[in-house]
Ligand binder design. Structure first.
Ligand SMILES: [Fe+2]
Ligand SMILES: [Fe+2]
Length: 402
């Protein structure tokens, strides 16, 4: 197996890092990529407003998640006391993966000076080194000479990774840019950040950002919500947002509110059961026996609680998110729209979805009946318990439509 090692301060990780990582995975044919935030970078002193090591690890995790299943963040260097020396890291990884081929990824400047690092011969003993080439000059003579020199002196294996798309930004400038959003700056840091990383920065108030969680713009709310879920869920959340807004406009309810409800509806989907239950206890949300043991039911309650108490959304948003999994008797148009958008947004694929996609523009109650029937049938087939609210909601809609 070919394993890439991508170390750095990642304070914060930006789209330049992600683009480089993605290109390296492709060009070197990596089976795995370890993203390793360093503890005390030997090359530079961290500034006062730097994120904590745990926060940098969390941002690295969000970046890895965005790079797909082959990438993961590692706390190898953060766990180790003292200076982070690359030689120690590659040796530790060689011990962990003795049969695998290690490749250390690095930027141009580092690649051209690696012979001056701490014990470079130990680095080359355990890993090949791949340098990111940013432009034509990099890939020319200078890189070639360095490759030959390293091969001669250290018997080094080297590769050049050509970056097709250059994202010109340094973390230091990005930190300034992030702070300036609150002091009248007119640059948009979102252009350089993977949205979940941006959302995490806003949530934690890093680098001088001062987002008021109760009054976030749509863009900021989206980033914050996306920072709480796995990347694989994002297409569904985006699809639900688009669909809910379109349905709201069509059926004459507030599209902005529909947008915000959709953005937040699954934000607690990946919380552990314990965290879910604790959140319900905190906000006085009563749970029945079935709900206490099922994240599927709990995430709608905790998502609603966060929408209202953390993000300051109105009761209508709370109510719609609260019943988006099971439905309930007496649903209003807004609630039906979130339920149905969640059910039939463009990434959903199941038997009957096309019929539902037609019905939502003709009759919301009939679409609800179809959705509830399909859900209940499926649960029965799988031998799972159906929530009482779903059965009551179905009765309620059937009575209305008769
Ligand atoms: Fe959900
Ligand atoms: Fe959903």
């Amino acid at each position: 197996m070919k394993i890439g090692i991508y170390g750095g301060t990642f304070d914060p990780p930006h789209l330049g890092h992600m683009e480089a990582a993605r290109t390296a995975m492709e060009q070197l044919g990596l089976d795995r990529l370890l993203i390793i935030p360093d503890r005390e970078p030997p090359h530079k002193e961290l500034e006062g407003n730097a994120a904590s090591p745990e926060q940098r690890l969390e941002m690295a995790r969000l970046m890895a998640d965005g790079l797909g299943p082959r990438a993961e963040a590692s706390d190898l260097e953060l766990k180790r006391e003292g200076k982070s020396y690359t030689a120690d890291t590659v040796e530790a990884l060689h011990e962990e993966f003795p049969d695998d081929e290690l490749w250390l990824l690095m930027g141009t400047d580092m690649f051209l000076t690696i012979q001056n690092w701490y014990q470079p011969e130990r680095i080359f003993q355990y890993a090949g080194v791949a340098g990111f080439a940013r432009n034509h000059e990099d890939t020319g003579e200078m890189f070639q000479e360095q490759c030959e020199y390293l091969a001669q002196r250290f018997h080094a294996r080297t590769e050049i990774v050509h970056l097709p798309k250059i994202v010109e930004i340094a973390s230091r400038d990005l930190r300034r840019m992030l702070a300036s959003e609150w002091t009248g700056g007119n640059v948009d840091p979102a252009e350089y950040l993977w949205p979940p990383v941006y959302g995490y920065i806003l949530r934690e108030g890093l680098f001088g950002t001062k987002a008021d969680l109760k009054h976030l713009s749509d863009k900021h709310l989206r980033a914050v919500s996306w920072s709480m879920v796995k990347a694989k869920r994002l297409p569904h959340i985006k699809g639900t947002e688009e669909t809910a807004v379109a349905l709201a406009k069509f059926w004459g309810v507030d599209p902005d509110m529909a947008r915000r409800a959709a953005i937040l509806h699954d934000c607690t989907k990946y919380w552990e059961l314990e965290e879910q239950v604790a959140c319900c206890d905190k906000y006085g949300i009563e749970l029945d026996e079935l709900e206490r043991v099922s994240v599927k039911f709990l995430h709608s309650k905790t998502g609603a609680a966060l929408a209202k108490y953390v993000f300051g959304e109105p009761d209508a948003v709370f109510d719609a998110i609260y019943c988006h999994t099971t439905g309930k008797p007496g649903m209003n148009t807004f609630e039906k729209i979130l339920y149905l958008a969640d059910y039939m947004e463009p990434t959903r694929d199941f038997d009957g979805v096309e019929e539902m996609r037609k019905l939502v523009w003709e009759d919301l109650d009939k679409a609800m009946i179809l959705g509830l029937e399909m859900t209940i049938d499926e649960l029965h087939e799988r031998g799972l318990i159906v929530h009482k609210n779903a059965l009551d909601a179905l009765d309620d809609f059937r009575r209305k439509v008769q």
